[in-house]
Design a protein around this ligand. Structure first.
Ligand SMILES: Nc1ncnc2c1ncn2[C@@H]1O[C@H](COP(=O)(O)OP(=O)(O)OP(=O)(O)O)[C@@H](O)[C@H]1O
Length: 304
């Protein structure tokens, strides 16, 4: 598989703020590549430098073999960028928006097919502002892909959608990959990244701190597995001092214990409960999620 995106040692400063700090990564043809990180981590800056919307200060970026700072117009024909729904005229009808966007590109495509694929046939006469969140996202997806781009950038595509609309949108994104497109997706939802992404890049304070498949990221992360139980009397301070425990979370009666060796910690935990006279109910082992990884990375790096 060839690389569609090649980023090498890229930096961006806003005054003294080192917003992107020496990032290198490759995105392969036909994958869904996730970009994750807390607010202000540099995700938007990184993605917009790839799209040719912001200029880098240092390093190399090649998108489909082009330098976005040198060939922005050529690049625009080959990539699709999903705009926020707020950038579309509220009274514009769906069909009008599709015709308008289609006229902006040299490449002429079968818009009828796209309209059918996204299920928009019955919505062509609806004004954009009258659509629900899920339909608005479908329209912005149609507008981003109207010129049949090879590479599609999606920025938090499922924000504000209800669970059903989110799942439908995920199916659409997966079908794009199935048809050979490469998708770069920025998201705050770990579940979205786990479900959709072939590989995930985690950003923090302008740096790339991890890059792998969601499964490998979770597997490699020490202490990302946990055991969970309910107990009215559990003392999280005491549990944290048990050998092998990395972290303890307590929400009311619910306790989550993160550890590398869960078996050993489970034994000590039951002993502790017996000594201290508190009960353990609903005890279970749970495998880690990207959410856990995200939190533990934030904790590690903040030193909290
Ligand atoms: N146009 C700008 N001018 C000055 N500083 C900026 C600009 N855009 C972003 N920044 C700063 O650069 C850093 C990275 O911001 P960026 O928006 O790229 O992060 P992000 O990870 O996309 O955050 P979010 O998830 O909140 O969108 C932040 O400290 C932000 O305040």
């Amino acid at each position: 598989m060839s690389d569609v995106i090649h980023v090498e040692g890229v930096h961006k400063w806003y005054g003294d703020n080192h917003a992107v700090n020496g990032v290198s990564l490759h995105v392969r043809e036909g994958e869904i590549f996730g970009i994750l990180g807390p607010n202000g981590a540099g995700k938007t800056t990184m993605v917009e430098m790839m799209e040719g919307l912001r200029k880098r200060d240092d390093g190399l970026i090649q998108i489909l073999g082009m330098d976005p700072d040198q060939d922005p117009y050529e690049l625009r024909e080959r990539i699709g960028v999903q705009f926020q729904s707020t950038s579309i005229q509220p009274r514009m009808k769906v069909g009008e928006a599709i015709r308008l966007f289609s006229s902006l590109y040299r490449k002429k495509t079968d818009t009828g097919r796209l309209i059918r694929a996204l299920g928009l046939t019955d919505r062509l006469n609806a004004a954009f502002e009258d659509l629900s969140g899920g339909w608005k996202q479908r329209v912005t997806l149609a507008l981003a892909t109207i010129h049949d781009p090879d590479l599609i950038f999606l920025d938090e595509p499922s924000t504000g959608l209800d669970p059903r609309a989110r799942r439908e949108l995920w199916d659409l994104i997966l079908s794009m990959r199935d048809s050979g497109k490469t998708v770069v997706l920025t998201t705050h939802y770990m579940e979205e990244a786990e479900r959709l992404c072939d590989r995930v890049a985690m950003f923090r304070k302008g740096q790339l701190v991890a890059l792998d498949t969601p499964k490998e990221l979770i597997r490699k992360q020490a202490g990302n597995r946990r055991l969970t139980f309910e107990s009215p009397g559990a003392d999280s301070g005491r549990i944290l001092r048990l050998p092998g425990v990395d972290r303890v979370e307590q929400e009311g009666e619910l306790v989550r214990v993160y550890a590398t060796s869960l078996q050993q910690v489970a034994r000590s935990l039951f002993n502790l409960a017996e000594q201290e006279g508190w009960t353990i109910e609903g005890f279970r082992f749970e495998s880690g999620t990207l959410d856990d990884l995200f939190v533990s990375m934030a904790v590690d790096r903040e030193g909290v």
